[in-house]
Design a protein around this ligand. Structure first.
Ligand code: NAD
Ligand code: WQD
Length: 323
């Protein structure tokens, strides 16, 4: 089975390529324009797995490049990670986000259709739930109003895929809604290495740990949470990657399938900082700062549907964070 992984040199894509290979999918084709990653990830995946993925440096909006990839390979399924993901940047540059994420996905789907490949696993996000007024997110709740243009692109792509399935019911489409991915492969060879100052909590803590940044700003300590700081459902990236393997394996009949990929637990910002200090034996300087606009106090996944239907659950969920 040949699988095209768009955005496969990125953080989640690279871990997924490794887990696919570990599960016997040896024919992995990666395409990435390298706007947020490096091609040396291909060497690293090979170092971890012993298998070299075929790599195309190409943009998903480039029809000619897609033609080349699909005509040179007999692709059975696509796992689609390629996209821009910085929430703050999306507020400042909405058109870039709609063009890259939405337009890019349209081009990719057109190429898939042209070459008769009708199986796609899409990287969606818990952000599509918007602000539903409850903390535990269940798939049945449906989409709300995402708080950023980035989130809107994910909701639009979900809608687009639903329309596509209604029009052409021979597609097999998985919408995987990730909660907060963190961590890295145990080899230390691949991981999250955002360019510039990180937006997300865990890479920020890591940069403070190595002395590159001075201190973590904890955005708000007056939420109605266990210690006043924001709570999230942090999921290990290897668990997340395995969710994609399960989606490929289990979803073999045409349909549109939606799953939360989270642990079902939430941890506060201070708990994460303390756990990081304890596990790594380092001091993380932090200060309490004002709330970050658009942040919710607390949310976490109800992961029971993925467990029931995909036989998937996060295995690192308690061990990793020391609670
Ligand atoms: P990432 O930036 O590490 O990976 C995305 C990859 O896509 C990068 O390697 C980038 O170079 C590539 N890319 C971007 N635009 C492209 C284009 N037009 N053509 C080809 N390649 C392109 O991000 P990630 O954390 O691995 O996220 C992967 C996917 O998961 C994204 O779609 C993201 O929105 C989604 N997601 C991420 C998170 C998270 O917190 N990391 C949460 C929910 C959903
Ligand atoms: C986590 C918690 C912050 C940074 C975002 C996207 C979401 C998804 C995952 C892609 C919150 C607090 C953070 C810092 C802090 N991405 N924090 N100081 O906002 O839950 O989700 O990434 O789909 O769509 O919105 O993740 O890591 O930014 O924040 O106190 O320097 O850490 O307030 O409570 P978030 P995050």
């Amino acid at each position: 089975m040949s699988i095209l992984v768009t955005g496969g040199t990125g953080y989640i894509g690279s871990h997924t390529a490794v887990e696919l290979i570990n599960n016997g999918y040896k024919d992995i084709i990666i395409m990435d324009n390298l706007c947020n990653s490096s091609d040396n990830v291909i060497d690293k995946i090979e170092k971890i797995t012993g298998i070299r993925c075929k790599f195309y440096e190409a943009d998903i909006r480039d029809e000619k490049a897609l033609d080349k990839i699909f005509s040179e390979n007999n692709i059975d399924a696509v796992i689609h990670f390629a996209g821009l993901k910085a929430v703050g940047e999306s507020v400042k540059k909405p058109l870039e986000y709609y063009d890259n994420n939405v337009n890019g996905t349209i081009k990719l789907l057109e190429a898939m259709k042209k070459y008769g490949c009708k199986k796609i696993v899409f990287s969606s996000s818990a952000t599509v739930y918007g602000d539903p007024g409850v903390s535990k997110y269940v798939e049945e709740m449906g989409r709300g109003n995402p708080s950023s243009p980035y989130g809107e692109t994910k909701a639009i792509i979900e809608e687009m895929l639903e329309s596509l399935y209604r029009a052409e019911p021979d597609w097999t489409i998985s919408l995987l809604r990730y909660f907060n991915p963190i961590g890295a492969h145990k080899s230390g060879l691949i991981g999250e290495d955002p360019k510039g100052i990180p937006n997300n909590l865990m890479p920020y803590i890591q940069k403070v740990a190595i002395g590159e940044l001075k201190e973590v700003s904890v955005y708000g300590d007056d939420y109605e949470t266990k210690d006043g700081t924001g709570e999230r459902d942090y999921i290990h990236v290897v668990d997340l990657a395995n969710g994609h393997v399960k989606a490929l394996e289990k979803l073999t009949t045409p349909g549109i399938y939606v799953y939360n990929l989270g642990t079902g637990n939430s941890y506060s910002v201070l708990e994460i900082i303390k756990a990081f200090e304890r596990v790594n034996n380092v001091k993380i300087n932090y200060k309490i700062a004002p709330r970050r606009p658009g942040d919710l106090s607390r949310f976490y996944a109800d992961p029971t549907k993925a467990k029931r239907e995909l036989n998937w659950e996060a295995t690192n969920r308690n061990r990793r964070y020391g609670t």
